[in-house]
Design a protein around this ligand. Structure first.
Ligand SMILES: Nc1ncnc2c1ncn2[C@@H]1O[C@H](COP(=O)(O)OP(=O)(O)OP(=O)(O)O)[C@@H](O)[C@H]1O
Length: 311
């Protein structure tokens, strides 16, 4: 799918999301993490996996979260998916407070409010069911099997031709696109995808990202893709980087009309400023000027200047 479609798809996603929410004023903060802390204790040793992570995702957004191995991505996703409970902080998704969920509400949350796509295709699909039956299964779990809808969803993600095939008769990319259809079978408000393209080559991965973008635009589902693959930034409008259990920076891509009248995509890098005014400089900025220990700050009329401190 041409990346220049991104602006149009995002506009459509926002419209659908607003329709679902009952107005544009209710779009803010579909997912909210505030000062999220998760400490693991093993054999007397404490590991701080999340140390005050802040994140706000609006309704209808398609967002990627990137970070190196060990940065806390899985820990965050486990909390947001209701599998784990944070040590401290705020975690809310679609109005559900994930720190105080009862067992009953947790089940409802996991069955109806959120959908998942995992890296391992085996975790997404049952091997002895066809693609269509796989999509129908979560529907029947809530008593709403609907063959026509299952076919529509398979069509939306571009794998209608696989409806009658079992996973072992499909390619890795087709399986993951089917997994996207399964994940939205019960019309969830939020979809979490954990390394959905981790086992695929680049071209096949692009098809899966295309399927996620279409679902985002057509159904207005808020989508969070978690990955260590930085090329995902080319596939979405907003990419948030996590470092050491904190949100460190983000890249936003916006469509602009250039001087030649053609739409162009512009990428801009942002740092996340927390409530106490802390921010982290991107590693490449620090390296480029060999900044260390102390930097000199000057407040200008409309910006803040950061210089090496030893000048
Ligand atoms: N159950 C656990 N017990 C102890 N430490 C843990 C546990 N889960 C995660 N950690 C630690 O927390 C930190 C963050 O881990 P996490 O799995 O969230 O990172 P990640 O970004 O998802 O990495 P990867 O991309 O390799 O999956 C790591 O230092 C990890 O060793």
């Amino acid at each position: 799918m041409a990346v220049t479609d991104l602006g149009e798809l995002q506009r459509r996603a926002a419209e659908r999301a607003a329709a679902r929410a009952g107005g544009t004023d209710r779009l803010r903060g579909h997912i909210v993490c505030d000062g999220l802390v998760r400490i693991f204790k093993t054999e007397g040793v404490e590991v701080v996996a999340l140390q005050g992570l802040d994140l706000v995702v609006d309704r209808g957004e398609l967002l990627a979260i990137v970070g190196a191995s060990g940065s806390g991505k899985s820990t965050m996703l486990n909390i947001l998916s209701g599998l784990d409970v944070p040590t401290a902080g705020i975690a809310q998704v679609a109005g559900f407070d994930l720190l105080t969920l009862t067992a009953k509400r947790r089940l409802r949350y996991r069955r109806k409010v959120v959908g998942f796509v995992w890296q391992q295709t085996g975790r997404n699909l049952l091997p002895y069911l066809t693609a269509r039956e796989n999509v129908e299964l979560p529907m029947s779990l809530v008593g709403r099997a609907n063959r026509k809808r299952a076919m529509e969803l398979l069509e939306m993600v571009g794998v209608a031709h696989c409806a009658g095939r079992r996973p072992d008769q499909m390619s890795g990319g087709e399986q993951q696109r089917t997994a996207v259809a399964v994940a939205v079978a019960n019309d969830p408000e939020v979809l979490f995808a954990d390394e959905p393209t981790g086992e695929l080559d680049e071209a096949t991965a692009a098809d899966v990202f295309g399927a996620l973008r279409t679902i985002n635009a057509e159904l207005g589902v808020t989508i969070v893709i978690v990955t260590h693959d930085h090329t995902v930034a080319d596939q979405v409008r907003r990419t948030v980087a996590i470092r050491d259990g904190r949100t460190a920076s983000e890249v936003r891509r916006t469509a602009r009309t250039g001087a030649d009248g053609l739409e162009e995509i512009v990428s801009e890098e942002y740092a996340v400023l927390d409530r106490t005014g802390r921010m982290q400089l991107p590693a490449n900025f620090v390296d480029a000027l060999t900044l260390k220990d102390r930097v000199k700050l000057t407040l200008e009329q409309d910006h803040v200047q950061v210089r090496p401190g030893d000048e």
